[in-house]
Design a protein around this ligand. Structure first.
Ligand code: VAH
Length: 314
């Protein structure tokens, strides 16, 4: 049975991934870690430790103590936050990944590291964006994602560390909110539609980006780490997507459930420039062919499920 450690367990992905992995592999076999205490729901449901993922010694002790053989490394600063403090973004994103890979090399752990469509830049073909293509991102976040992909592939080729990754699109979920991303509008719009019936979007109405509903992202996170390594031509990292959304298009979808919902726009030039440098639609055929990736939710079913959960909170 796997023994798993998750860094950044309190984030948007981690808050979904911890309970799913505990269901799959046993609560005692999944150690949730984060810089801050996550409260009883996580800490009482299984092992939890306060951990700075850039501290290789503390990470190594945690891995040894819990006999960890697989690390899901989620701790990172996202794109918009990264542009506010590029130096910190580099230090956190690369410092933590370096620590995780060195501990994984010494302790023989497999490692999952998320990449992103943010790893692509303005010179990358936008529609479709191939699996293997130009990657010259215009953000520090994107630079850490490309450098991270290269470092993960290096640790696999040089030291045999089982490293795997996914280039996630914008992720949409309820529960723990996203923190400082350019795609956060696709989550915020649902909360504001339910609470206020209207939303002011920080991107232009026609800004198309790849998106995915969190249940599909969690399936992908489990699927890639369960995949037969002999079938993997790529490792770090696979393009994966589920839908392409624009703010106006998602507003139309929400109006099917909340007819009076209104959207208006107050464009943030920083996040608009980031979004404009990213793909319109990525090609995820390599993930589909090499390990059977495929989403279950599209824009319509995702919107219906999000609104059902946000309006049925007791
Ligand atoms: C961000 N949510 O906006 C992240 C993600 C594709 C976007 O990488 O930075």
């Amino acid at each position: 049975m796997k023994h798993i450690l998750i860094t950044g367990a309190g984030g948007q992905i981690g808050s979904w991934l911890v309970p799913r992995l505990r269901e799959l592999y046993g609560e005692a076999n999944v150690v949730a870690t984060d810089l801050r205490d996550l409260g009883t729901e996580v800490t009482e449901a299984g092992p939890f430790e306060i951990l700075d993922a850039t501290d290789a010694n503390a990470l190594a002790q945690c891995v040894i103590r819990h006999r960890v053989d697989t690390v899901y490394h989620l701790a990172a600063l996202l794109s918009a936050t990264g542009e506010q403090n590029p130096k910190l973004a580099w230090e956190v994103n690369m410092g933590s990944l370096e620590a995780v890979l060195e501990v994984a090399r010494e302790q023989r752990c497999a490692v999952f590291t998320p990449s992103s469509i943010g790893a692509f830049g303005p010179d990358t073909p936008k529609n479709p964006t191939p699996q293997d293509t130009i990657m010259r991102p215009a953000t520090m976040y994107g630079i850490t994602k490309v450098a991270g992909e290269l470092l993960c592939d290096y640790y696999h080729a040089r030291y045999g560390v089982d490293t795997r990754g996914l280039r996630f699109p914008g992720l949409i979920s309820y529960g723990a909110p996203p923190g400082g991303g350019t795609t956060d509008w696709a989550v915020d719009i649902f909360y504001k539609a339910v609470s206020e019936g209207r939303y002011t979007c920080f991107l232009r109405s026609d800004s198309q980006l790849d998106m995915m509903y969190m249940p599909d992202a969690i399936d992908a996170l489990v699927g890639i780490m369960e995949a037969n390594p002999d079938k993997l031509v790529h490792r770090n990292a696979f393009n994966v997507t589920a839908m392409q959304l624009t703010p106006e298009g998602l507003a139309d979808e929400i109006r099917k459930h909340i007819p009076d919902f209104r959207i208006d726009y107050d464009v943030d030039p920083v996040r608009q420039a980031i979004a404009d440098s990213w793909p319109d639609r990525i090609d995820d055929s390599a993930a589909r062919e090499e390990w059977g990736w495929g989403p279950n939710f599209d824009g319509a079913t995702m919107a219906a499920d999000m609104l059902e959960h946000l309006t049925n909170t007791d």
